[in-house]
Write a protein of this length. Structure first.
Lengths: 531, 779
């Protein structure tokens, strides 16, 4: 893997800049809520600006190379270095994390969860951003592991403090389940380290040396990584933390969880497990594929059984990540490209759906599907956005979701490296049936919540005519008023909506960045697997 | 010959604009349509007009191009292909572009033209509708979707157009979504088509991987390209299983989209949408998409399903079943739009039958003529409901005798009905007879007789509908009665599913002030002009390929049907490398080649792009036979209708109650062969309720229980350790609890909430596991 050391300050600054904001905020009194929010927005904005600069400085002609590369000694005792770099695989996710954090913080401006205390909330969110960005730039296993785990704590507190009714249970389950996976992952990392001669934790070294480990050992080490990443993704049957965590998390938490956190797992597969352990990957690919397709169908059925809108969206993540994992398991360029695209698309689309769910909850104080009806009539814009996101989520071509789903299904027809063709083709057909179920649960949700007449229990709360003095006393009671999309929501959501359309209409924007890096990855796999 | 010698021209080169302009129009309507004086409809009209102009230009230039080829080489007329990079994978770039040939030009023209007329009709018909702007936005995008598909250069683009239409049909069928029946119909349409789309995805995958390597090696193209797939299918190198399964899977998609048996059930329900939608959906867009898919990738189906050797194949069988089954259903409908809906299904069956038996050109010809008369019929139905029956579509309750009140509507209806039935010299005569003649000519005799039977039934159910609507005694709203309060329930109360209550009563409110005060009358010019234009075209369109009058009248054959000529490979080479799309080069003169394309592999260095389909010569004997059958259908049904509905003949009235076999047959048809029961009450209900519920039960009670139990037992183990060991061996306890915790993983109890400092213990435990694993694997 070749490296480029141009502008090598960019990634470090982009990753750790939020900590500067955190430091400033620590000295601001809790009561100064506006000031705290302003600092947070500025920090996230500055981070995003660095991200945009990174986009401009990135050399797209050499997207397969690690760029902005830094490698300095860190913990010499265990031969772990501070090694960071960015290529076409990590760039979209790295940038996405910055965008999402920025927009979520903007959204928080108006929509602080009920528990209050924006100071801690925003600080946690900025710390979270450091962990997420760091995971995507890390090129050293220990560094990766540290960032991977840094993400856990802020999210644990976000759910546990600002979450819903059962937040204690959900947050602990999230935390410990992920820890459980991480433990195995760390074991696998150490095993890999020792098996490759205990020389270095750097990705580059491990990628070139990992393939030399004997097959059987690779399979074992892969198993450990599989557990760690599969819990994070989450794959069936390790997904049960997800509906609880998503449902209980505050809107901001759900959005970040869906948009970025789940991708840490799939990214781990693409970046670490598969290139470092090619034989392990080949042995595990059928298992991953089967679990992925079970996830697609099972997640969809779970969605159909839901009575709560947010929980339904959470379950849909299980199905969507199934498509991502199916793509990865084919070990082909087409499949992994689809998976990477699907990660970003799922982040945007499901993130958007969680935003809508949060705003619906804010207005109606319920997400019970049977109690919601006629949303299009009461808040037409919100209803349209929900419809748009639902259409994107079910994989309508022209919107981003399609480009994660369609090529993944396609790739399963012809998996790489001698994987069992019959098995994968069967799985392909089942996965394609999954798209029908996706249409079913999403449109059914839409039909029940958005179409029809507003349910009587809320129908008295339609927006008041402007300037109607009669309702003056009603205006004071803000919570009982069903308002359409607010300006802050528009600011936070528009980039999501635009990105879903732009990537859907012109997917080459992302494929062009990812494809060279993925092609190189698969080519390297080929060198190990078909010498 | 060089690139410049084949005339192409601006319109052919830029035909992609035809699809792009309405797409932009859609965005513009959504963005600022509401602020415009005509609420956005002007953008829709303008964009479709622009598309129509370019389509006309492209058609003229295509004719010039073909003429030029005819004067020089008499060979294959190279399509105008252009492509821009859309996405890439593994370094191969896939495009978005245009593939303009005769078929594309014909349909572009048709779609743009019909769309324009429908939009003009809608100006008046939906005036005052509460979502007028959205309606025009969706209608415009609908046309754009079909146009994208028609000029698609590759499979992914076909999927794009295909699904865009699915989306728009959802929006338009559910246009009056306040009413649950409408939103259910919208859902059903989208969902049923989506079931077929599984075939589209799978088929695309099969064909892509089948053709890709061949296309890269031979044509420097890729496995999505329509042209490459065609060439691959006819090359003789294609694996027969890929051809077979690819074509079967893609045909399943066509079954869903084109309302073929057994997935036709969504089409009649789709009548819940406003009438202009039904007319557009049923004439030139959406349902034709499936037929178009088969026509577009004809070499694939030709080889995959052995159409060439005259095998009985899936397409022909489904087509003939559909045409009979749907025609039977049309007899028991009371709703005028449903009669037309089943008629469409039946006519689509004819088209599929034609394609399945090698009658490619007659099938495409039938798409063309059918669009005119079916669109005209739907608009007539709309006109009747708008001005004659007070927004009801129930022929038995609210119509009858309208011919006197609405002479123009009645006249155009009758002409279009005769065109549909196939009366000489109206268009249906030529196109339908050509299908039937070719089916017989290609050796499918049984299917030919079934198609004749279908023609009889078509004439008969249309005669019944005509009689009920325009003749006999006026009833209900047609007689001036008003019952707008309850007709939505009343008119359809006897339907077992209650799924066809029209949203038009919602829309009736807007019109109550105009129409509430007086009885049936003729519609206004904005409604009548499109109908008259369409009827005129329905009358004469047959002469575009009037086989009985000799070659000079076979215009479609000359300009639309691709030539089954071998082509040197250099000529079909695509520039997929991106950049501004380049059109494809010239034709080298070919050495004469004896075997026909589609029957033998083309020689080395050449490809075939279309099979040598045969064309049945016209026989007047068969023509008269067809006319006789149609005439018999019209007359017998008319007499029957008069006897039953007006004279109330005692022998006929209540026959279905008195006579058991008649009752059973009627019940069977009335319940639509119980297919809806099977789909909705059995399959969908099973998946949506017990199956989904049991999956969720498994999730909560098994998987999650395991997780919780693991957590609980870890905690208990921890407590046990603490009580029994910590008391004596403090140091050991820390290690052990960490170790146990890491092994079982996750305690989930509130008791432990907040004890995040166990993190350290867990990590420590993990390291212990690491050591063990390392020992194991090093052994």
């Amino acid at each position: 893997m070749e490296i480029m050391t141009n502008d090598n300050w960019l990634l470090t600054v982009g990753t750790f800049l939020p900590l500067v904001g955190v430091l400033v905020m620590l000295f601001i009194p809790k009561a100064e809520e506006q000031l705290l929010k302003t600092v947070a927005v500025i920090t996230a904005g500055a981070t995003l600006a660095v991200g945009i600069l990174t986009l401009f400085r990135f050399d797209y002609g050499q997207a397969e190379k690690l760029q902005f590369f830094v490698d300095v000694t860190w913990i010499e005792v265990i031969r772990s270095n501070y090694t960071i770099g960015l290529d076409g695989i990590s760039l979209p996710l790295y940038f996405l994390s910055m965008v999402v954090t920025f927009l979520v913080i903007i959204y928080t401006w108006d929509n602080m969860p009920d528990a209050g205390n924006p100071k801690s909330f925003l600080i946690l969110m900025l710390v979270l951003q450091v962990g997420m960005a760091g995971t995507f730039v890390a090129q050293d296993l220990i560094l990766f592991f540290v960032f991977f785990e840094v993400v856990l704590l802020p999210m644990y507190f976000m759910i546990g403090v600002w979450g819903g009714e059962h937040r204690q249970y959900a947050s602990l389950k999230f935390f410990l389940y992920t820890m459980f996976g991480s433990a195995f992952m760390l074991v696998a990392f150490l095993a890999l380290f020792f098996q490759t001669g205990a020389e270095s934790f750097s990705f580059m070294h491990l990628v070139s040396a990992g393939g030399l480990i004997s097959n059987e050992v690779q399979v074992w080490i892969f198993a450990g990584m599989f557990l760690g990443f599969a819990v994070k993704v989450p794959m069936f049957p390790f997904h049960t933390w997800l509906p609880d965590a998503h449902t209980q998390a505050p809107t901001q938490g759900s959005v970040i969880l869906a948009a970025i956190l789940l991708k840490l797992g799939t990214y781990g597969f693409v970046r670490i497990a598969i290139p470092m352990l090619p034989e392990g990957a080949r042995a595990w690919a059928p298992v991953i594929a089967i679990l992925a397709v079970i996830g697609i169908i099972y997640g969809a059925l779970g969605c159909l059984a839901q009575t709560d809108m947010k929980r339904l969206i959470a379950f849909s993540s299980v199905a969507h990540m199934g498509f991502v994992m199916l793509g990865i398991s084919t070990l082909t360029t087409l499949g992994i490209n689809a998976a990477l695209f699907g990660m970003v698309a799922h982040g945007l689309i499901t993130g958007m759906l969680f935003f809508v769910a949060g705003s619906v909850k804010h207005r109606y104080h319920t997400l019970e599907i049977s109690r919601l009806s006629g949303m299009l009539k009461q808040m037409p814009r919100m209803g349209w956005i929900l419809g748009f996101a639902a259409m994107a989520s079910l994989g309508l071509p022209g919107l981003a979701g399609f480009w994660g789903e369609f090529p993944a299904i396609l790739a399963a027809y012809s998996p790489g490296f001698g994987l069992n063709v019959t098995l994968f083709r069967t799985l392909m057909v089942i996965a394609a049936v999954g798209t029908v179920l996706a249409a079913a649960y999403l449109l059914w949700l839409y039909q029940r919540t958005a179409f029809g007449e507003p349910s009587p229990e809320f129908s008295g709360q339609t927006p008041h005519p402007v300037g109607a003095g009669v309702n003056a006393d009603h205006h004071a009671d803000h919570h009982d008023e069903i308002r359409d999309v607010t300006p802050i929501e528009w600011i936070a959501w528009t980039p999501f909506l635009v990105a879903i359309v732009v990537f859907g209409v012109y997917p080459q924007l992302m494929f062009g960045v990812m494809d060279p890096a993925v092609s190189e990855l698969v080519a390297r796999l080929g060198e190990s697997l078909n010498p | 010959m060089g690139v410049n010698t084949i005339p192409s021209g601006w319109f052919l080169e830029n035909a992609w604009l035809i699809a792009l302009i309405p797409a932009i129009g859609f965005a513009a309507i959504i963005a600022f349509g509401k602020k415009l004086p005509m609420k956005g409809s002007e953008i829709g009209l303008a964009s479709i007009t622009a598309s129509l102009v370019i389509s006309v230009g492209a058609a003229v230039q295509w004719i010039q191009r073909t003429n030029f080829v005819d004067e020089t080489t008499e060979g294959y007329v190279e399509p105008v292909i252009k492509t821009w990079t859309w996405w890439q994978s593994g370094g191969v770039e896939f495009g978005l572009g245009q593939h303009i040939d005769g078929l594309a030009v014909l349909l572009l023209l048709l779609v743009a033209f019909i769309s324009l007329l429908v939009q003009i009709f809608s100006l008046e018909y939906l005036r005052g509708d509460r979502r007028y702007t959205h309606f025009f936005a969706a209608l415009t995008l609908f046309s754009s979707g079909m146009l994208v598909m028609v000029l698609a250069e590759n499979m992914v683009q076909i999927i794009l157009g295909w699904e865009l239409m699915g989306l728009c049909s959802f929006l338009l069928i559910g246009h009056w979504w306040e009413d649950g029946a409408n939103s259910r119909a919208a859902l059903k349409a989208f969902f049923t088509v989506r079931v077929g789309d599984v075939g589209l995805l799978v088929g695309t995958a099969i064909v892509f991987f089948g053709a890709h390597q061949w296309a890269v090696d031979n044509l420097d193209s890729h496995g999505f390209s329509v042209q490459a797939i065609s060439a691959w299918a006819l090359s003789g190198d294609a694996s027969s299983s890929a051809l077979l399964w690819g074509s079967v899977a893609l045909f399943i998609a066509a079954i869903g989209k084109s309302g073929q048996f057994p997935l036709h059930t969504w089409l009649p329900d789709a009548m819940a949408g406003p009438t202009p939608v039904s007319s557009l959906l049923h004439s030139s867009t959406m349902v034709v998409a499936g037929v178009f898919l088969v026509a577009r990738l004809y070499p694939l189906f030709w080889e995959g399903l052995s159409i060439g050797p005259g095998a009985i194949n899936l397409i022909a069988i489904i087509g003939v079943i559909t045409l009979i089954v749907a025609a039977l259903l049309a007899f028991v409908q009371n709703d005028i739009k449903k009669v037309l809906a089943y008629s469409t299904v039946s006519q689509l069956g004819y088209m599929m039958l034609g394609l399945g038996t090698g009658a490619w050109l007659p099938a495409v010809f039938h798409i063309f003529t059918h669009a005119f008369f079916k669109c005209a019929l739907f608009l007539c139905a709309g006109s009747v409901s708008h001005s004659g029956s007070h927004h009801s579509f129930d022929m038995k309750k609210d119509m009858g005798g309208l011919a006197r009140k609405m002479p123009i509507t009645a006249g155009t209806w009758i002409i279009s009905t005769l065109a549909l039935a196939g009366i000489f010299p109206l268009s249906g005569f030529f196109s339908k007879d050509e299908i039937i003649a070719n089916v017989g000519y290609n050796g499918y005799n049984l299917f030919m007789w079934l198609a004749f039977l279908g023609a009889f039934m078509t004439a008969a159910y249309m005669a019944r509908a005509t009689y009920l609507t325009f003749f006999g005694t006026p009833r209900g709203a047609a007689a001036g009665e008003h019952h707008d309060e309850h007709h939505g329930d009343d008119a359809h109360g006897d339907d077992a599913h209650g799924d066809d209550a029209h949203g038009d009563d919602a829309h009736a409110d807007a019109h109550a002030e105009h129409h509430g005060s007086h009885g049936p009358h003729e519609s206004g010019p904005l409604i009548l002009v499109p109908i008259v234009v369409l009827t005129f075209l329905a009358s004469i369109a047959g002469f575009t390929n009037a086989v009985p009058f000799g070659e000079n009248f076979e215009i479609l054959k000359r300009y639309v049907e691709p030539r089954a000529e071998v082509v040197a490979i250099e000529d079909t080479r695509l520039t997929i490398a991106g950049g501004p799309g380049q059109s494809v080069g010239s034709l080298a003169p070919q050495a004469k080649y004896d075997d026909a394309c589609g029957f033998a592999a083309p020689p080395e260095g050449t490809v075939c792009l279309f099979p040598a389909v045969s064309h049945a010569p016209f026989k007047w004997s068969k023509g008269f036979l067809a006319l006789g059958i149609v005439g018999a259908g019209l007359v017998s049904s008319w007499l029957f209708s008069v006897a039953l509905y007006t004279r109330r003949d005692r022998r006929l009235v209540g026959l279905t109650e008195r006579f058991a076999p008649a009752r059973w047959g009627y019940q069977f048809l009335w319940n639509k062969y119980y297919l809806d029961h099977l789909y909705e009450k059995v399959i969908v209900r099973a998946v949506a309720y017990p199956i989904a519920a049991s999956a969720y039960w498994f999730n909560q009670k098994v998987l999650d229980r395991i997780v919780d139990t693991a957590g609980t037992s870890t905690r208990q183990a921890g407590e046990f350790v603490y009580r029994n060991i910590d008391q004596t061996l403090v140091d050991g306890a820390v290690n052990a609890s960490g170790f146990v915790a890491s092994e079982t993983g996750h305690a989930l109890q509130p008791v432990q909430s907040g004890k995040v400092n166990q993190y350290g213990a867990l990590l420590f435990g993990a390291a212990a596991v690491a050591a063990i694993v390392l020992v194991i694997i090093n052994v």
